[in-house]
Design a protein around this ligand. Structure first.
Ligand code: RM4
Ligand code: MN
Ligand code: MN
Length: 424
């Protein structure tokens, strides 16, 4: 299914008046409104290829229907999102869930939708049919060098797929760790993992990044070999200048101060990218900003501050990706919500009066510093984000239009009710 430009235009026309009324405050009162709109237009968030179908838990999966059956259809879904919000112009692929059999054709199709290829993800946390050796007891950390070699080769193959598509980053997330005390020699596991990562790093093209993702627990429940930002930072530092840490918002122990982690990594030039999602308890993979929107804002506050301090481009210096799972929602609706939440947090962070904030900090004026942040967070920036979308050719209210056009029903009509997308 393809959206026609008149459908977006009709929708925008019907909302134009009320939108202009809300926008008037911004254009008349806020000095940097134009700059913020410009930055929002440039800011693109990659959609994970593994999150276009219904997710599940270990207790079951409730498929929603009309799920994409192929990589082509996944690109079609992201094409729809991007047409609606003009902010989802990238895809992050997971191999082997989404092996491009004809990379040239896939590249062309993606280009038609205005989509580029963000980081490629390897998968050594599942055994694939016909795979000679098992990852049951780990991959890059495994006691058997042959298993480690198999996992290294898989990662190199993922780089090759990425090269064919024009990607320039590899994300390595490992399930490696242990489930019980005594199971693993931590020192050996660390060294073996480092050794394997070095072998992958050697195969990394010069203009690529390796993003080392950490996660506190799950599927291993006693130890995870790359379990926190400190371990990831250590690996990235030992690997070299092309290696960075990837922060997945759901991968911390409860109450971790993620904004502080982000500030330090960015300052150390080792922050590579993000997996946005939200959580109440663990790696819940919920819609970004749905549970802790203030935390998302505080993270963006550090990002804007840190990127500006280093003179970096907000849109292109880091990998901005969603990593989510949708158990009870239509995945496309959920992704529209996530993208919007990320844009809102970004826009609010751009509003922060940084000069005043620094003055308050230097004067130990705790109340004033808090007020400055909350002032930005409590501002309704939705008209700004909508204006950015409108100017870029998207819809003023993407979710409303998605529903109005019955997109899911049409996808079910095209693909059927019983389709199952590869992924989580
Ligand atoms: C993990 C992690 C990875 C993702 C897999 C599917 O928990 O977040 O980024 O690739 O799930
Ligand atoms: Mn992730
Ligand atoms: Mn995760």
């Amino acid at each position: 299914m393809q959206l026609e430009s008149y459908q977006i235009a009709d929708h925008n026309n019907s909302l134009q008046e009320s939108h202009q009324r809300k926008l008037a405050y911004w254009t008349e009162e806020v000095a940097n409104a134009e700059t913020i709109i410009g930055k929002l237009i440039d800011f693109q968030i990659a959609i994970p290829s593994w999150a276009l179908g219904t997710g599940g838990t270990r207790f079951g999966r409730f498929a929603g229907g009309g799920e994409p059956r192929s990589l082509e259809e996944k690109l079609g879904d992201i094409g729809l999102l991007h047409a609606l919000n003009q902010s989802s112009g990238a895809i992050s692929l997971h191999i082997p869930w989404d092996i491009p059999t004809d990379p040239e054709a896939i590249k062309q199709l993606a280009a038609q939708y205005g989509i580029r290829f963000d980081a490629m993800n390897s998968n050594t946390f599942q055994d694939q049919p016909g795979q000679p050796l098992s990852y049951k007891f780990g991959s890059l950390q495994h006691v058997d060098p042959a298993v480690r070699q198999q996992a290294v080769e898989h990662n190199i193959e993922v780089i090759r797929h990425g090269l064919a598509l024009g990607s320039d980053a590899l994300t390595v997330w490992l399930a490696d760790g242990s489930c019980f005390p005594g199971q693993l020699n931590f020192r050996k596991a660390f060294e073996r993992t480092l050794d394997s990562l070095q072998a992958i790093y050697k195969a990394l093209p010069d203009d690529w990044k390796m993003l080392v993702e950490y996660k506190a627990y799950e599927p291993n429940f006693y130890s995870t070999t790359i379990g926190d930002w400190g371990s990831s930072f250590l690996y990235a530092t030992k690997l070299g200048p092309k290696a960075y840490t990837l922060v997945d918002l759901g991968h911390h122990l409860p109450n971790a101060n993620i904004e502080q982690i982000v500030a330090i990594l960015l300052n150390e030039k080792k922050l590579g990218g993000f997996h946005f999602n939200d959580s109440k308890y663990g790696d819940d993979d919920l819609t970004a900003g749905s549970v802790k929107p203030y935390q998302l804002f505080l993270i963006f506050n550090e990002l804007v501050d840190g990127l500006d301090a280093r003179g970096l481009n907000h849109a292109t210096s880091l990998g901005w990706m969603i990593d989510a799972s949708h158990n009870v929602k239509d995945p496309l609706e959920d992704l529209l919500q996530s993208v919007e939440a990320i844009q809102l947090a970004y826009a609010q962070a751009l509003l922060v009066d940084r000069v005043a904030l620094e003055e308050a900090r230097e004067a130990n004026d705790v109340v004033r510093a808090q007020e400055i942040l909350q002032e930005a967070f409590r501002t309704d920036v939705r008209p700004l984000v909508a204006e950015a979308r409108l100017r870029a050719g998207g819809a003023i209210q993407p979710l409303a239009l998605y529903r109005q056009l019955n997109v899911r029903q049409k996808l079910i009509g095209e693909r059927g009710t019983k389709t199952i997308a590869t992924g989580l």
